[in-house]
Design a protein around this ligand. Structure first.
Ligand SMILES: NC(=O)c1ccc[n+]([C@@H]2O[C@H](COP(=O)([O-])OP(=O)(O)OC[C@H]3O[C@@H](n4cnc5c(N)ncnc54)[C@H](O)[C@@H]3O)[C@@H](O)[C@H]2O)c1
Length: 362
């Protein structure tokens, strides 16, 4: 069992446990939950056999205290909250209760926001079951639901008591969901040498849930994100480096109405854009950029522009809530492992770089 400690603010420290075997760990989770009030699980329809059953073997929770949200990002919505609050209150939730968030990032964000707001904040535990939720959404305390006019518009910072991830849950994870987690891991690795060397070393087998290198690469990724969050919990500056690849990536997702690509497939393309822009604007060498792009290719993540025009992307980048004064800002790299954030890029430069990416990769 690996343990990474997160210290996001003075007086707040919690562990992230990373495991790859069940029997010993199960004891361990139950013992951590011994001195708590009532335990609730918030999970997702469709995960009963894939994920929930494994946990219920050693953690008996009354079926009435298991709350299911529907599949999909559209159900991480503020309109789903009243029913869940009512159910928790009806079933006797109080300040000592604990909500276990069991699922991917949709469940983690939704259950975390529920825990942050019920009774002004109750305890919660993240039990991520996708690669993305293990390396990204369960780390850092951001919890949120969507509003009609935007994703993650209603949110809070609410840290879990602990995070527990077991890589054997990934045995059923579909390929496209692996893309989501791997794209974020590669993003971290462009800013963290330990992550990069582990991903490079194990690139051939990284998509196998029981491969020897996977858990070490996940650990390095979680450590990197934790260290960034520990330096800037509320994203007043440094934490925004975690948006590397996301400016163009989010625009690709919103232009294609979140239907054509998974999040990771958009972010992977956006990472290439950010690397090419880094060469043009921030001093990254072309050789280093090529090396990083080839890692994405090696991991079978897409790097092309998907037939999308620069002007479509520019229009959608302008909506990004992280922009300042209508100017599109990027996270770039001035060298490997050296991100610089808040970098303005004018439209003419963006168009040139997007055309370059199209010429190189289609
Ligand atoms: N809070 C943060 O800091 C943060 C960071 C990044 C992303 N997010 C959020 O995370 C969400 C995306 O998370 P995600 O990529 O995990 O998507 P997701 O939660 O929708 O999960 C993807 C799919 O995998 C299924 N699934 C989950 N575990 C499985 C398993 N073990 N085997 C088979 N299928 C499984 C889910 O039911 C779902 O259909 C978005 O809402 C995003 O906004 C939050």
């Amino acid at each position: 069992l690996k343990e990474v400690s997160v210290n996001p603010a003075q007086g707040i420290t919690y562990p992230i446990y990373l495991a790859d075997s069940w029997p010993d760990d199960s004891q361990f989770i139950t013992s951590r939950l011994k001195n708590t009030g009532k335990i609730f699980i918030i999970t997702q329809k469709g995960l009963e056999d894939l994920v929930l059953r494994d946990f219920l073997k050693f953690m008996p929770v009354d079926s009435e205290d298991i709350i299911y949200i529907e599949q999909g990002e559209k159900n991480k919505h503020i309109r789903q909250l009243p029913e869940v609050y009512n159910r928790l209150i009806e079933r006797g939730a109080d300040r000592h209760s604990v909500i276990l968030a069991l699922g991917g990032g949709v469940v983690g964000d939704f259950a975390g926001f529920t825990a942050a707001t019920l009774l002004r904040g109750i305890r919660f535990v993240q039990l991520p079951s996708t690669l993305l939720s293990a390396v990204d959404s369960s780390v850092g305390g951001k919890v949120a639901v969507n509003a009609d006019l935007g994703k993650n518009m209603i949110g809070a910072f609410h840290h879990p008591e602990f995070v527990y991830f077991n890589s054997s849950l990934l045995r059923t994870l579909p390929d496209r969901e692996w893309n989501c987690g791997l794209a974020e891991m590669v993003k971290h690795s462009f800013m963290d040498s330990e992550s990069l060397s582990l991903i490079e070393q194990h690139s051939e087998t990284l998509r196998e849930y029981n491969s020897p290198g996977l858990l070490s690469a996940i650990e390095a990724s979680v450590k990197f994100k934790s260290s960034v969050v520990s330096q800037d919990e509320k994203e007043t500056g440094l934490r925004s480096v975690l948006n590397l690849g996301h400016t163009a990536g989010h625009a690709i997702e919103s232009f294609t109405e979140y239907k054509r690509f998974s999040h990771g497939e958009a972010i992977s393309r956006g990472l290439v854009t950010a690397l090419l822009l880094s060469v043009e604007k921030a001093g990254l060498s072309g050789k280093d950029a090529d090396k990083m792009i080839s890692l994405l290719v090696k991991l079978k993540l897409p790097v092309d522009t998907a037939g999308i025009t620069a002007s479509d992307i520019i229009t959608h980048m302008k909506y990004d809530k992280k922009n300042k004064d209508g100017e599109t800002r990027f996270v770039l790299l001035s060298a490997p492992f050296t991100p610089v954030y808040g970098q303005p890029v004018d439209d003419a430069t963006f168009i040139r770089i997007w055309e370059k990416q199209k010429l190189m990769f289609g």
